[in-house]
Design a binder for this molecule. Structure first.
Ligand SMILES: [Zn+2]
Length: 83
């Protein structure tokens, strides 16, 4: 049995909202509680600011992990040591 170590975590809160079914805003979502997301890296202790809003959260969730890994001091130190 192997325990999986968590090295980083993405926290996503999808918020609360409803979709307009009719009218000129049909298909749009109105949020009563905005979606939020944040990212934490256990390797270096980095914690991102909280991102709010559906578009920002979508973009953040797609890029947070890869963009942090590119600059994570814990990872770049390892690469530097191997070079
Ligand atoms: Zn990190």
């Amino acid at each position: 049995m192997t325990a999986r170590r968590v090295s980083d975590a993405l926290f996503i809160d999808c918020g609360t909202g409803y979709e307009h079914k009719t009218g000129d805003r049909a298909g749009q979502i109105t949020y009563t509680r905005q979606p939020r997301a944040r990212y934490e890296c256990v390797r270096c202790g980095y914690a991102s600011p909280v991102v709010t809003g559906p578009d920002d959260v979508k973009r953040f969730v797609a890029t947070a992990r890869t963009s942090h890994r590119a600059t994570c001091p814990a990872l770049t130190n390892q690469q530097g040591a191997a070079a």
